[in-house]
Design a protein around this ligand. Sequence first.
Ligand code: NAD
Ligand code: DAU
Length: 354
Amino acid sequence: MIFVTGGAGFIGANFILDWIAATGEPVVNLDSLTYAGNLENLAALKSDPRHIFIRGDIGDSARVDKLLAEHKPRAVINFAAESHVDRSIHGPEDFIQTNVLGTFRLLESVRGYWGVLPEAEKSAFRFLHVSTDEVYGSLSADDPPFAETKAFEPNSPYSASKAASDHLVRAWHHTYGLPVLTTNCSNNYGPCQFPEKLIPLIIANALAGKPLPIYGDGMNVRDWLYVSDHCAAIREVLARGRPGETYNIGGWNEMPNLEIVHTLCTLLDELAPNSLIPRRSSLITYVKDRPGHDRRYAIDARKIERELGWRPAETFETGIRKTVAWYLGNQPWVEHVTSGAYREWVDQNYGERA
Ligand code: NAD
Ligand code: DAU
């Protein structure tokens, strides 16, 4: 079996659903269920014995040591993290706690477990660390996309904490020989993404007739990838990636935020027409920019294609249509996650941008 951390979040849950469908191999899922973790994402596996959920923290070493000894996974895949840049600006400490200290403790637990495995299992074992393109910093319009050799230049508390975790993972390979793999991926979108991130936030606000907040001039560029393509890439890296290597994963799909928001408005006008707001784009509202806002990210995904044959299967047109359809068909999911603490976050983040 494999051991996944952070599997109740957006990408982790999509990964577990796709993994079990594609391989049938059981998964132990350790997740502390922060505001971003939601077992509703895994409702389809509720009575499936191939998914074992454990509520717990990656930094709880005694617990993780015990779980690894008990379940004997052949691989650990680390998705657990604080993942939202805006939250890292308001409160960086949780990011240091989980992304830096938590990853360090997890690496130590895994090293202890791996170190005493029989030789054949030891050499087949993998620790795969899921990271982000944000560690590379910000690009100008004419810079080449990020290759794996690009120096790290993280600019936000979030990206700095992820860069630190990537460095720890690298060092545990170099110093202790732990067979690690690191993936650095661009912006994901798709089902079950918490509506504090751009795409699900715009869908939720547009359906509710609320303002669609655009930070700054709306011309910041991201490279968007449909989540199931990211999950497929991780499966490939886990199966055939070379220990100690990093693999960049991206959609070959750079778009400015404003274009994303206009695309969503057009799709919603078509799929969920509202006579009171015939053109959702009329809700677009420019607000104060994110401090330190990175201008452009773009991924050079040639290494993973060359070495492992992976390329995204979805185009942005097909992926975004599926995503909008998923949110329209899962409004109870959205209502559950946008109560209580979510409203406090919206007041905090957008109140001061007005
Ligand atoms: P998310 O915020 O939706 O989910 C994170 C999950 O981790 C949640 O279920 C949360 O409960 C859990 N978690 C947090 N702290 C924990 C801890 N200390 N112990 C155990 N569980 C904990 O994040 P996501 O968007 O699914 O991202 C998953 C990973 O992928 C992160 O490492 C992120 O940096 C990386 N990533 C995300 C994107 C993206 O676009 N969302 C792109 C590239 C890389
Ligand atoms: O690049 C990968 C990263 O993508 C991941 O590592 C992060 O975990 C993930 O959250 C994401 O980070 P971003 O900061 O790029 O995502 P977010 O959805 O928060 O913002 C996308 C862009 O949209 C960014 O330029 C800021 C802008 N934005 C965002 C929000 C929430 C707005 O203009 N308005 C908004 O209300």
